[in-house]
Design a protein around this ligand. Structure first.
Ligand code: CA
Ligand code: CA
Ligand code: CA
Ligand code: CA
Length: 421
């Protein structure tokens, strides 16, 4: 089965779609579904041991560039039992006031009752560059009122849009997602330090940032955050607090001085700091692991409540492979498990993005791929994790984002989760 399939048939950025927020019946249905989904999780008896912030019905939150300025926010329900499963719903258009695709980033999250009319659907964090080089943290609540609110002002005190990235997760375990800012701090040529700040969610905004970690690779202090170090948040030890995972190139076992293997390190949330774990996980270059020709996401593939490491790996003969390394709490397993090899049919690392979502609600995270199509749009593919939590089943198409202005290259996405309210 190939990734390129089907004629363009989907709605685009210019369509006014009121099926989600302008229609009372639709809203009712939506709320009912959230409750049903929660019941379904309980009935299956597979909720994680601790309250993980990625429980609930998943949705792919897409930010799409608008040709005349601004962005559209779309939500694609990823819960298989949702009647709108795989079909994009327009949440809001952000046009007036200087919204700009290239000057903003997007993460989905659960920030609480942002608007006062929260229906439990996922919220949005939109860090946006300011003319002075700083940034604002905008939040858009789920539900009928998508008015953006400023929850954090990072315009003074050395904050830089270019030198920082924002991640979303519940790092203090209070049930509300917080924001983590990773900030690059080059103090001298070859001496790049990284400050990790937490913006606690108070329920009505983000508190003044707290410094939770100062990170630097002692052997290679020149490594540049974001370009030579990747960061992700996930609950690797299952205590309900999101942990930070950093990934760097690593030359262990390589004959080349220019390393391109991979090393993953967990920085465990203590509730007030990120503590770097004693050992890391090395994926050796000699076994064809590559920092540049690979990427990773955190997903609880085996359903034990601890987020595992899923790696997407370029295949030399074409295609991609998905691998999993089970989390042992503060370190990932050295030995990876091959989830699936997608060697034929046009699968391409550079034309795709992968997301973690428990599509069927069985307690084991699945992988969803957004894959570019020749028409510029994309298909959404579901790689279901099997019942043993050891492999991905053959991928199936669950959504089509083509025609009508949809562009793979002018969009970005993040997975959020509905919560009962
Ligand atoms: Ca929190
Ligand atoms: Ca944790
Ligand atoms: Ca796990
Ligand atoms: Ca699943």
């Amino acid at each position: 089965m190939g990734v390129f399939r089907g004629a363009p048939r989907w709605l685009g950025w210019f369509r006014e779609d009121h099926s989600r927020h302008g229609d009372g019946a639709a809203m009712q249905r939506r709320i009912g579904l959230v409750a049903l989904s929660v019941l379904g999780m309980l009935a299956l008896g597979a909720p994680p041991a601790a309250a993980a912030d990625d429980a609930g019905a998943p949705a792919l939150d897409i930010t799409h560039w608008l040709p005349y300025g601004g962005v559209n926010l779309w939500e694609v329900p990823l819960a298989a039992d949702d009647p709108a499963f795989g079909r994009p719903q327009l949440v809001t258009s952000l046009v007036a006031g200087g919204w700009d695709f290239g000057s903003s980033r997007t993460e989905a999250g659960d920030f609480g009752d942002v608007s006062g009319t929260d229906d439990g659907s996922p919220d949005w964090l939109l860090p946006h560059r300011q003319p002075d080089g700083g940034l604002l943290l905008w939040v858009v609540g789920g539900g009928p009122d998508p008015t953006p609110h400023v929850w954090g002002e990072l315009r003074t005190g050395g904050w830089s849009w270019d030198a920082s990235r924002q991640l979303v997760g519940d790092v203090d375990g209070d049930g509300l997602d917080d924001v983590v800012s990773v900030h690059s701090n080059p103090v001298a040529p070859g001496d790049v330090r990284t400050n990790v700040w937490v913006h606690h969610n108070t329920g009505t905004g983000f508190a003044a940032p707290e410094l939770w970690a100062q990170l630097q690779d002692t052997a290679r202090p020149w490594l540049l955050p974001f370009f030579q170090v990747r960061y992700a948040l996930g609950d690797t030890d299952g205590d309900g607090r999101a942990d930070l995972v950093s990934t760097v190139p690593d030359s262990t076992g390589s004959s080349s001085s220019w390393d391109d293997g991979v090393r993953h390190t967990i920085h465990v949330s203590t509730g007030s700091a990120f503590r770097t774990a004693a050992s890391s996980t090395v994926a050796p270059a000699g076994q064809r692991w590559s920092f540049t020709a690979g990427r990773e996401l955190l997903a609880d593939v085996d359903g034990d409540g601890r987020d595992d490491l899923v790696s997407v790996q370029v295949q030399q003969g074409g295609g991609i492979a998905l691998w999993s390394r089970a989390s042992a709490g503060e370190v990932f397993a050295d030995q990876p498990t091959l989830l699936t090899g997608l060697y034929a049919g046009g699968w391409d690392f550079y034309l795709s993005r992968q997301y973690a979502a428990d599509v069927d609600g069985d307690g084991r995270d699945d992988v969803v791929t957004m894959h570019a199509q020749p028409d510029g749009g994309s298909l959404l593919w579901w790689h279901r994790t099997n019942d043993a939590g050891t492999a991905s089943e053959a991928p199936v198409v669950i959504g089509t984002l083509s025609g009508g202005g949809w562009s793979y290259w002018s969009s970005r996405a993040s997975v959020g989760h509905a919560h009962a309210v």
